[in-house]
Write a protein that binds this ligand. Structure first.
Ligand SMILES: Cc1cc2nc3c(=O)[nH]c(=O)nc-3n(C[C@H](O)[C@H](O)[C@H](O)COP(=O)(O)O)c2cc1C
Length: 324
């Protein structure tokens, strides 16, 4: 079941992918996922308008490192010419480009980007065509099932993507109006797999290694994206790879969680400095602690800590005590 996946000219070592997540899938998180076995990692979605305006903050989102490969860059925008310009600007930064056609957030859809494109097939086609002609990198799109559950457009948009030269398509089978509610309908991933020839990547409700295996089996999809299930849990990649080769996954110990969380903190500090690292790591540490006794108290405590040394000490105390 572990198989490499080929997206255009890009051959990935395996078919497990860290999903794009705004505000989260930065360099430290991608390193953690790669160390646990992710075959491909994505940046968060990057505004092409920000890129063409040479916004410093936007370019920050492209920060990477030689070991951070293969890297997928996800772009969003609503205007074909600007999307193409964005694609040219990021050419040297990654190994694959993805167009976001699934983001449900109001600010994004109000600008005509993200999942708003799911109800505008002509515009979606024009965007894909423009980007396709602006880059030689492998090109993919990431979509939801449609704007509304009653108006599914994913098969049409995927067909367009294939015709316009996309190399793969990722489906998160919820509609825009659903946001994150209800269950992701994996039968739609199966339907998509049966309707296109390019690789199909499934996304949605992958919280355990068992979910990865189940999605591959139930839908026949070529690859699986891990999103919320990877938060504070990069082992999900390792566990899924173990399961896919027929082995029973070994769950992470509190000691291992501590080692990983400390490494995450260190990587964040190197990337962004102590102040930002401390603030940003609060949410990650809450995820690393999830499910362990007194995790809520730990979360409250670290939210008040302003010094790295104090934080490291509190982490040691918390995880070591649970290891004992
Ligand atoms: C906090 C957060 C940020 C996200 N940001 C993006 C994004 O930038 N681009 C994107 O295509 N999807 C984004 N997603 C959607 C995920 O990539 C994924 O498709 C979705 O969470 C479903 O997978 P899951 O149920 O396994 O989490 C985001 C999801 C979350 C929870």
């Amino acid at each position: 079941m572990t198989k490499s996946i080929t997206i255009g000219p890009l051959r990935l070592p395996n078919n497990l992918i860290l999903a794009p997540m705004a505000g989260l899938t930065n360099l430290p998180m991608r390193f953690m996922a790669r160390e646990c076995g992710a075959g491909l990692c994505f940046t968060e979605m990057i505004s092409v308008n920000g890129l063409v305006r040479e916004g410093k903050k936007t370019f920050e989102l492209l920060r990477s490192a030689p070991k951070d490969r293969p890297l997928g860059i996800q772009l969003f925008g609503d205007e074909p010419g600007i999307m193409a310009e964005g694609a040219r600007l990021v050419a040297g930064y990654g190994d694959l480009l993805d167009i976001n056609m699934g983001c449900p957030v109001r600010k994004v859809v109000d600008s005509g980007a993200g999942s708003a494109l799911l109800r505008e097939p002509h515009k979606a086609a024009a965007i894909i065509r423009a980007v396709r002609s602006a880059t030689s990198l492998p090109l993919t799109i990431k979509i939801r099932t449609g704007w509304k559950a009653e108006e599914p457009s994913f098969l049409e948009i995927a067909r367009i993507a294939e015709e316009e030269g996309c190399d793969a398509v990722t489906l998160h089978p919820r509609s825009r109006t659903q946001m994150f509610e209800g269950k992701a309908d994996w039968s739609k991933i199966k339907a998509l797999k049966e309707s296109v020839k390019i690789p199909v990547i499934g996304s949605g409700d992958i919280f355990t290694a068992r979910d990865v295996v189940a999605m591959l089996e139930e839908t026949g999809c070529d690859g699986v994206m891990i999103a919320r299930g990877g938060l504070g849990n990069p082992w999900i990649f390792r566990e899924a790879l173990e399961m896919m080769t027929g082995r029973e996954p070994v769950p992470s110990t509190p000691q291992e969680r501590l080692t990983m969380a400390l490494r995450h903190l260190q990587l964040f500090t190197e990337l962004s400095g102590e102040r930002v690292a401390l603030r940003e790591m609060r949410k990650h540490l809450a995820w690393y602690a999830k499910g362990l006794p007194n995790a809520a108290q730990f979360r409250d405590m670290i939210n008040r800590i302003e010094e790295k040394e104090e934080l490291t000490h509190a982490m040691g105390n918390f995880f070591d005590r649970r290891a004992a």
